[in-house]
Write a protein that binds this ligand. Sequence first.
Ligand SMILES: [Zn+2]
Ligand SMILES: [Zn+2]
Length: 294
Amino acid sequence: MPSQASDKNAPPPLPEPLGVPVADSHTHLDMQSSTVEEGLAKAAAVGVTTVVQVGCDVRSSQWAAETAAAHEAVHATVALHPNEAPRIVHGDPGGDWSRQGAREPGGDAALETALAEIDRLAALPHVKGIGETGLDYFRTGPEGKAAQERSFRAHIEIAKRHGKTLVIHDRDAHADVLRILKEEGAPERTVFHCYSGDAAMAEVCARAGYFMSFAGNVTFKNAQPLRDALAVAPLDLVLVETDAPFLTPAPYRGRPNAPYLVPVTVRAMAAVRGVEEDVLAAALAENTARAFNY
Ligand SMILES: [Zn+2]
Ligand SMILES: [Zn+2]
């Protein structure tokens, strides 16, 4: 007899296919249980024909670049995650991002070495973006702030020098992220992944021309401020993503997420905007291609 726990871990069923194909603008295939081929096939079966595979550390960035080179449907971004940068400097074993266990403190030199590899990967043709980078004050405490900010500024510089898209991870750090972008000068194309600001911030992003990528949490009951932001964001700056395996949309919250669940979020977003699903999907597809210059 299946227990409640095993139901909760079961992959949600395939949604109805979208009439117009879209891209998952931010996913982590390397953290999902299916193979890349299975994941892409399931996604394509419901109209999610393109994915942006996002790197979080040196190893996963190398993997993202290799995977994008091997699959037409995959584009890569490369970076040290804002929670990874302090870990490299301080050797903090960290939370659930760390797949390599505790590390020796590496100091600033180790951060420079890791950034040099991100810089090398940034030149590759299948690498379309630099990210996810930014600031995370939720998981990283005050002791990690300096390393995080240094890494963020370095990633902005790399993105601009290579003409690649900047992918921002901003958790509980809106004001500082916007300030640093302004101080450094944002790259031509900047994406706020898993957009988490309110409607007022969406207006700031709109004026700056930043893309806002909405994830499954836009469907959560308590996420009205996020839906208010989606309602006012210019349609040509809106993207959709899974951030899979995280942030599975309702009604599957808590179960494993994957790119094939994008249609669930697209339908919720269409309802918020009061537009036809196909109209929104066409805009999302066009916007993602423009955001990542593919
Ligand atoms: Zn993120
Ligand atoms: Zn992510």
